[in-house]
Design a protein around this ligand. Sequence first.
Ligand code: HEM
Length: 728
Amino acid sequence: MSKPSKSASAPGKISGETPTKAPPAAPADAISDSFAEPQGTGGETHQTAGGDVAVLTTAQGIPVADDQNMLKQGSRGPTLLEDLHFREKIFHFDHERIPERVVHARGYGAHGYFELTESLSDVTRADVLQRVGERVPAFVRFSTVAGSKGSADLARDVRGFAVKLYTQEGNWDIVGNNIPVFFIQDAIKFPDLIHAAKPEPDRDFPQAQTAHDNFWDFISLTPESMHMVMWIMSDRTIPRSLRTIEGFGVHTFRLVNAEGKSTFVKFHWKPKQGLQSVAWNEAVKINGADPDFHRRDLWDAINAGDFPEWELGVQLFDDDFADSFDFDVLDATKLIPEELVPVRIVGRLVLDRVVDNFFAETEQVAFMTHNVPPGVDFSNDPLLQGRNFSYLDTQLKRLGGPNFTHIPINAPKCPMAHFQQDGHMAMRNPVGRANYEPNSWGAAQGGPREDPVRGFTSFAEAADGPRQRVRSESFADHYSQARQFFTSQTPIEQKHIGDALVFELSKVERPDIRSRIVSHLLNIDETLAATVADGLGLALPKAAQAARPTIMDLPPSDALSIVRNGPDSFKGRKLGILLTDGADAAIFNALVKAVEKEAAVYEVIAPKISGVTLSDGTTVGAKQKIDGGPSVLYDAIAVVASKDGAALLAIDAAAKDFVTDAFTHCKFIALTAEAHLLFEKAGIADDMDDACLPLGAVKDAANFLAACRALRHWPRELGVDLDAQPAA
Ligand code: HEM
């Protein structure tokens, strides 16, 4: 196979292959002064080539003399069909869009590597899992499921966590989610699930939300989804960052070793950054303030050298365990508690490079569950089996032809040779005379041959039984693990699940659908059901008919809680510092130093984007003007204001929102004595608690950053939420 040549890429220069390095940023002195640009007869700007500046060409390479005006008959006359440059330019523009993914349309990707830290050679012959210390390139795409490509990042939704490992035995795609279970057990229900979740077909809303009748109607009639419902109503679906989510392969897969022995496996990605989520009220506001919150966060962190990292964990088990387990390991609505089968950490995934071009890489990447190397294999999970058909099929539609593996992001990075040829946009065709096998052209010209030893062989599982459309009885317990998830949460997390259910069901117009959901909750946890019924002002219905009674005493699992798996540092988090003219320079500088010591980051927010002049006369630039930098964009806030500055802030609605939102969202807050006025005028001065710390002296900065390690002061929430108040 011929390999496209690599060429260094400069802005606007087209090469045959996606460049591996971002083009160098233009030096500051190269930024043009638009006031000095040459103008044409109509006053339009004409920038011309010369020196280091390349000549603009058509896609055919023909140099372009004028890119501002169409070819006309006279300056005010009709446009001529002969204008080859205009026609080509518009033609290409007209065809820029490809269909968005039918699900997971909004996503964001990054490059990195996977490194093996513990060999799995005892259980698999997969080359990538043999030798400790070896690395393979990786590409990861995170996504939301229901929203369109242009929807907002903080939608309450499952996050896709799709990993492509470019191994020496071909691409291995682990197409997972940040939740270890799924809504449905059988792939035949996937179109129904997604239709119900997406905007309703007559009105095409709501966008990127499950809070509507169709979704909850379907769910209320699909009791197998109840475990997943607990997860999606938890804070897992409003993560603080893509860097703070777990990833799960969900299904039971197989690992197969050199002797052909199979071991069942579940895949886990555990974030070194710890788990963290935001509050719902905060998520709603982030979506308005910065719909790109998650992608910006990932882009900024990687570009700053703060590379997110996940550990690859495996839960390995055999047939005996599978037979003894309370649930069916082929049922994707069930997980295997880590307390029963510990997660063995065997590798690390590091994301260290942003994409050069979003479309070329993130949009065109094609993940497929059936991409597995020799030594990895499938189980009979009927959801997985259906997925194995769906992903290849959908790529053909989305990427327009069978040659999507020629796109650099999808091309394997190992030797490959086959006789597939032609088709739309074929970049690689077999060379030489033979394009079939068997053939008699000999080693030099005959092309590749099969390899029964190294090649992929499916695990020789025996299967028997009548052909039938049926759901296994072993899939019939719909509530026990839902209950186990709920009882494994801390009280604040349980409250959030109740709040989320009340919120979502309040958006459902039909009372009977609300009631049906509560009838399922009664089979999970009576208190939760009563709380939700109360929140909806609904009489408690009868419990839903259960195919299997709930196992009430499954032991709680700490691994299922976000709060219990948070980090113990503020590393990688962002402090928002609201500054005014005349603010204490020593305190500001101490804060900056403390932030850097904590390996965190900060942004300055000021009344004007030009920045402020501090008490010592130094000037500090602002990243955000106050109404463009609400506190929902930060993990903690500090208000460092002078007396006059605080007086100005105290009349500003955005400044008042800045502190009240931070307070409501249980964030750590630091303030100078002068800034107190803003908190008074915002109406929260009397409620301030232990997580509101004074910035009276330089040493207070470090104390404050140390306190921020707890991330949130959740007890405060009970004081600021109507639903948390005792009934009158
Ligand atoms: C455990 C259940 C599932 C998980 C974890 C899952 C995960 C994902 C992820 C992460 C993506 C986005 C891939 C990307 O970033 O490009 C995706 C896309 C997709 N999924 Fe699934 N999915 C599940 C179930 C299903 C099922 C049952 C089907 C169909 C039978 C399905 C069909 C699709 C399709 C068609 C896409 C769009 C792919 C593309 O256009 O690139 N998924 N899924």
